[in-house]
Design a protein around this ligand. Structure first.
Ligand code: ATP
Ligand code: MG
Length: 269
């Protein structure tokens, strides 16, 4: 799985399946192989900092005691505050206080929080100066629903900006949208380029989990993310030492994989 990883690798899957464990292991393995690695958490409840006992937060931070590895935890609220300041900052001293406050208020809703975090995410996919510093960017993501939405947004927003319709007041002044449109289009291109992006769907060895992961796979393939791989995490070890409970758990795991028709999963690679 770790061979020939492209520039971007995403780990996705349901809550608690092992996304963070696999993303951190992958990042460590690449860094040990002398590759420059950026580990990005897009999970608002990231625990990557905890895993590495390093205070990370919303800025790129070298990981304690690990050469070649840096990380960032995208924090939607902090991203939104920075985004607001980028827009309001230059107007300070030019507009009256109450006008500034009203703009800040307009840029404080859930829509701005989402677009700001997403803006940061697309910057990490498209900022060539930044990307030239790394051989690999590994993404640890939030549980499936949040991530599907995030991966769909570049396409959705490109369409929205293309049509120029709808209420964009949460974006702030419309100036600069042209630049954003180019960036979102570039993000869509990178996500759907199999040479550049691989998505690793993580699941536990359970029938229902595999059926669900197949649906996620289809949904992401439909938006062009076709370089996909399935990682089964947490298989019961085959050495059960004669323990009947361990043997029963192993059988359950094996049955789940056995009964599963990999063809129906339609996972590439
Ligand atoms: N193969 C494994 N064997 C034993 N424990 C594991 C294994 N994989 C993960 N765990 C443990 O399961 C828990 C959840 O793992 P992890 O945090 O990697 O999952 P996650 O998918 O990132 O969860 P979340 O959706 O909350 O972000 C952690 O305590 C982790 O140490
Ligand atoms: Mg996690």
């Amino acid at each position: 799985m770790f061979d020939n990883l492209p520039k971007f690798t995403f780990f996705t899957g349901k809550g608690g399946v092992g996304k963070t464990s696999l993303a951190c292991t992958t990042a460590l393995s690449l860094a040990a192989d002398n590759k420059k690695v950026l580990l990005v958490s897009t999970d608002p409840a990231s625990n990557v900092g905890q895993v590495f006992a390093t205070d990370i937060g919303n800025k790129i931070t070298p990981i304690n005691n690990v050469e070649n590895l840096e990380a960032i935890e995208i924090n939607p609220e902090e991203s939104a505050a920075e985004y607001r300041e980028r827009i309001v900052g230059p107007m300070r001293g030019l507009l009256p206080e109450d006008a500034l406050r009203s703009i800040e208020e307009q840029l404080s809703g859930a829509c701005t929080v989402e677009i700001a975090a997403f803006d940061e995410f697309t910057a990490l996919l498209t900022d060539n100066d930044l990307l030239s510093r790394y051989d690999h960017v590994v993404f640890d993501t939030a549980p499936t629903g949040h991530t599907i939405r995030m991966l769909k947004l570049p396409g959705a927003w490109s369409g929205f900006l293309e049509e120029g319709k709808g209420d964009a007041s949460c974006l702030g002044p419309l100036a600069g949208l042209e630049k954003q449109r180019d960036r979102y289009a570039a993000a869509v291109d990178r996500l759907s380029d199999a040479e550049t992006t691989r998505l690793i769907l993580v699941a536990r060895p359970r029938q229902s989990a595999l059926a669900e992961v197949a649906r996620t796979s289809d949904e992401l393939a439909a938006i062009g993310i076709k370089n996909q791989q399935l990682a089964i995490n947490g298989m019961m070890p085959t050495e059960t030492g004669g323990d009947p409970l361990a043997a029963a758990l192993l059988k359950r795991d094996e049955d789940a994989l056995e009964g599963h028709d990999p063809g129906s999963c339609r996972l590439a690679a």
